[in-house]
Design a protein around this ligand. Structure first.
Ligand code: HEM
Length: 490
């Protein structure tokens, strides 16, 4: 119809092209004018190009530049006021503001950037509504998430994996092979997650490879998750179209990666349900068993999709995150020789005093290696392994945060990488790996602890924090204690 009317106007192709270009240009200009002068967030500082088009943030994210970009914005605009980082989102750089966002029950509605489906079927992590989340979290709290329960039920199984890991690294060292230790510890974390999810590990450590390319594909999937979540038009208009979603989102038909994990979760859940239909489960319950036994307050079970999505969620949420923590702490240690020397001396002394088992127990690290624990905390502070925009929605009627009125519906977020480098709180050496800052006094350590955001905060804080710390407390001193040749690598 439009084409016919153009014909009837007798437009030449070049005039038509000019008209189209002119309309696109006018639309872009109008959008910029609206976002910069009339949008409810226009009074907040932020670069015009990122605050007019959400695709800018999406591109920055897939190019792995987000931490650097947000650090630049904080340097440019300061921490006095929230910074507008996209057309609809405000970043709160001050550590003290995180509590206001994440502990306020009225802000417990997650932003749509979680709900893209890029990580597979909806799980607790992707449940946007606060009330639904609360019910689901309560139902899943039957699993051993806390350190006390983990020590009783799982630590001996962690020990087997740690021992195997050290053995494999020694084999590489003896053969003079160079290995990338960051990859190896990520494979270790993937095995731990598969072990506690399904009882038996996938075998990444045993076979010294990324089994079923779980980690590789997770990282590819994260790019998509980051892009689609930030690019609002894409997530709200394009992804819901059936054929697009089918093309981009993981599927059980995939032979590797997240799609494979979804089909593996399906296979394992179906098999286990068949078994327990025949006879009561009598083994040590793994996390899959806890998902199957989870009950809502009215006694109902998780839906079949929920059971499968939670079994695979644990591996998604806990493998590469913990792997990144393990790898980056080792990098900090090996690139800061004076810290590494002090940490090793502490381990040596504790060992000479007969305080360390083989492999080292969680409780022994906590009690006898305070400097090493400070190294772990400092590593998690400086290189938060899950650097995402964990945005919530400002409630009906808006909200005051740090003295600023935030209009209702605004996406509001903290960002660990920026907050945990705040010079006002950490001092001029905020960017430096200095574990000593955690040992100055108990008061200071508590003050720092209270504003750490690496594992999130409030009712949606990471479920697996203690599991991740158990891995760090056990594997890292063990690896650091081994012969230097063992940890030499790319
Ligand atoms: C160093 C390792 C880890 C880091 C840095 C990390 C970080 C986070 C963060 C920041 C959140 C909150 C996100 C938000 O507010 O939306 C979260 C949630 C979650 N994490 Fe972790 N995580 C780690 C390890 C693990 C492990 C090992 C598991 C599995 C056992 C796990 C399971 C979860 C789950 C299930 C949630 C969703 C909780 C909810 O929404 O109620 N995480 N994690």
């Amino acid at each position: 119809m439009g084409f016919l009317s153009i014909l009837s106007l007798n437009l030449t192709p070049s005039v038509f092209a000019l008209a189209v270009l002119g309309s696109v240009f006018a639309a872009i200009l109008l959008r910029i004018i609206y976002c910069q002068f009339y949008h409810p967030l226009s009074k907040f500082p932020g670069p015009w190009w990122a605050t007019s088009f959400s695709i800018v943030g999406a591109i920055i994210s897939v190019r792995y530049k987000e931490p650097r970009f947000l650090t630049y914005l904080v340097k440019k605009y300061g921490t006095e006021r929230p910074i507008r980082i996209s057309p609809t989102m405000l970043l709160f750089p001050r550590p003290s503001t995180a509590r206001d966002i994440y502990w306020d029950p009225k802000c417990n509605l997650k932003s749509g950037l979680y709900g893209t489906g890029a990580l597979g079927p909806p799980s607790i992590f992707a449940t946007l509504d606060g009330e639904q989340h609360k019910q689901l979290r309560k139902a899943l709290s039957n699993a051993p998430w806390t350190i006390g329960q983990l020590k009783n039920t799982w630590e001996h199984r962690f020990d087997e994996q740690v021992t195997l890991f050290v053995k494999k690294m020694k084999e590489h060292a003896a053969a003079g092979r160079v290995v990338c230790l960051s990859d190896k510890v990520a494979e270790f974390a993937a095995d731990i997650m598969s072990m506690i999810s399904f009882t038996n590990a996938f075998g990444c450590v045993k076979n010294q490879r990324d089994e079923k390319l779980i980690l590789t594909n997770w990282r590819i999937g994260l790019n998509f998750f980051g892009f689609v979540g930030r690019f609002r038009f894409f997530r709200e208009k394009i992804i819901p179209m059936m054929f697009v979603g089918k093309y981009f989102l993981p599927s059980v038909d995939n032979e590797v990666g997240m799609g494979w994990l979804m089909s593996e979760a399906d296979r394992q859940v179906t098999e286990r349900e068949k078994l327990i239909a025949e006879k009561e489960f009598d083994g040590t319950p793994d996390f899959m068993q806890h998902c199957l036994e989870a009950r809502y307050s009215d006694g109902s079970t998780l839906t079949p999709v929920q059971k499968r999505s939670h079994v695979s969620l644990l591996i998604q949420a806990g493998a590469d995150t913990t792997g990144t923590a393990l790898g980056s702490i080792l990098r900090f240690l090996t690139t800061t020789p004076e810290v590494f020397a002090r940490a090793r001396a502490e381990i040596d002394e504790a060992d000479r005093g007969g305080h360390l088992s083989k492999p080292i127990l969680y409780e022994e690290t906590r009690r006898h290696l305070p400097y090493f624990v400070a190294c772990i905390k400092e590593g998690v502070r400086l290189n938060p392994p899950a650097t995402n925009l964990f945005a919530r929605i400002a409630p009906k009627g808006g909200k005051f945060i740090d003295g600023h009125y935030i209009p209702e519906g605004t996406e509001i977020t903290s960002y660990a990488y920026v907050m945990q480098r705040d010079k006002e709180l950490y001092g001029e050496d905020a960017d430096k790996f200095r574990p000593e800052r955690w040992l100055e006094s108990e008061k200071r350590s508590n003050e720092l602890e209270a504003v750490q955001f690496s594992f999130g905060m409030g009712p949606r804080v990471c479920f697996g924090k203690d599991i991740a710390y158990m891995e760090m407390f056990k594997l890292l001193p063990e690896v650091s204690f081994s012969e230097p040749a063992t940890i030499a690598g790319g």
